[in-house]
Write a protein that binds this ligand. Structure first.
Ligand code: THU
Length: 136
């Protein structure tokens, strides 16, 4: 299963996600999110980028994944999400779909400033997902 895979060093990704959250552009919600991902092209990070139109807001996870894809990455192994909150935050539905596109077996870890840590997989977060294989 995804959890047992070697490669991604989660502690390193947690540090990177925390650093990325400092770059969040969140003037409307004030909710800062950082993401760090491990891909076939290495580590990428992202933060949430909000917009005055609200609906065009991009979550930290998708910012990181789109940066990786635009740099040529095609395989996503691990996603770490950090929020400076007492509890951990799971990726939204849109981000789950985008994670599945590149990492159908990806490990997904959510961490925060409290003790809670969610360590799961995209398969658990998005069961029965629609994905690239459905278009073959
Ligand atoms: N957000 C993320 O960046 N990732 C998540 O997993 C949940 C939500 C952002 C979007 C928006 O800028 C703010 O958090 C509040 O929803």
């Amino acid at each position: 299963m995804a959890k047992a895979k070697p490669g991604p060093q989660v502690a390193r990704l947690v540090r990177a996600a925390k650093a990325a959250a400092a770059k969040a552009y969140a003037p409307y919600s004030g909710f800062r999110v950082g993401a760090a991902i491990w891909t076939d092209r290495g580590l990428f990070t992202g933060a949430n980028v909000e917009n005055a139109s609200y609906g065009l807001t991009n979550c930290a996870e998708r910012t990181a994944i789109f940066a990786a894809a635009a740099a040529g990455a095609r395989r996503l192994e691990c996603v770490v999400v950090y929020t400076p909150t007492p509890g951990a935050t799971a990726p939204c539905g849109a981000c789950r779909q985008v994670i599945f596109e590149f990492g159908p077996e990806a490990r997904v870890v959510s961490c925060c400033d409290g003790k809670e840590r969610i360590d799961t997989s995209i398969q658990a977060l998005l069961p029965g997902a629609f994905g690239p294989a459905d278009l073959e």
